[in-house]
Design a binder for this molecule. Sequence first.
Ligand SMILES: NC(=O)c1ccc[n+]([C@@H]2O[C@H](COP(=O)([O-])OP(=O)(O)OC[C@H]3O[C@@H](n4cnc5c(N)ncnc54)[C@H](OP(=O)(O)O)[C@@H]3O)[C@@H](O)[C@H]2O)c1
Length: 259
Amino acid sequence: MTELGTALITGASFGIGQELARVFAREGHNLVLVARSADRLRQLASELEKAHGTRSLILASDLTEPGSAAYVLDQTTRAEIAVDVLVNNAGFGQFGFFAENDLEVCLQQIQLNVTTLTHLTRLFVPGMIERRHGRILNVASTAAFQAGPLMAVYYATKAYVLLFSEAIANELQGTGVTVTCLCPGPTATEFQKRANLAGIRLLKYGSMDARTVAEDGYRALMAGKPVVISGFKNWLVAQSIRFAPRRMATAVARKLQEQ
Ligand SMILES: NC(=O)c1ccc[n+]([C@@H]2O[C@H](COP(=O)([O-])OP(=O)(O)OC[C@H]3O[C@@H](n4cnc5c(N)ncnc54)[C@H](OP(=O)(O)O)[C@@H]3O)[C@@H](O)[C@H]2O)c1
């Protein structure tokens, strides 16, 4: 066990979250694994126990439910687990024109990517401040750096995650709690299939693997960096957007999102 103890990871059943769980376990953390797919979480917990002796608490929860963040805090409190690292990774996207997309799915995206992330952070951060140590890893995206036509709500939720994370990282200076925002670019996970992104131009430029993204996130978290963009190509694109007129950046994002 490291001095940082237990890491709670949302969206640990697939993709980047699952790889983050493997990295945290390898580094000696015990885990609280949260997602809807209980079977996959149980499988992962058993794999990590065999490989590293990791102890995991499994919480099967739909984090689009408004009461889910409180449920997660309640379950960790009952299990007498102090969460030293909070990883807000669960998230999903929805492809299509905003005016035509299913409203319920739009709102669930905001609930998961923004509201539950904020709620969990607000519930767990006071304990970290009290203990004078803690780390928070919020997973945004390179989508955070510009508007995203054809995924308007998703890009906007990720802009929120980035700006929220940077702001609280600043507020928490001197408390012993650090906040890191991980911004992956396209990554080979379930995300693209679930968001119906097959055939969009952006994916023709290749995807990173989830393990590399997870390793980048873990390293930046441990270094206390406020923001990390995974992959040099993604970093370069995010930097170039800073100097482009906003309307042009939006138009380019539209081209990349088209099928
Ligand atoms: N893949 C990419 O290209 C990419 C790029 C940039 C950023 N990201 C971000 O990276 C994060 C992880 O995504 P990923 O690529 O690893 O996608 P993924 O393979 O689809 O995994 C998403 C994870 O979130 C969980 N999740 C989804 N809806 C949930 C809900 N209602 N309640 C609880 N858990 C839920 C899923 O578990 P269950 O289905 O079992 O609930 C799964 O474990 C997301 O925030 C995503 O926006 C991804």
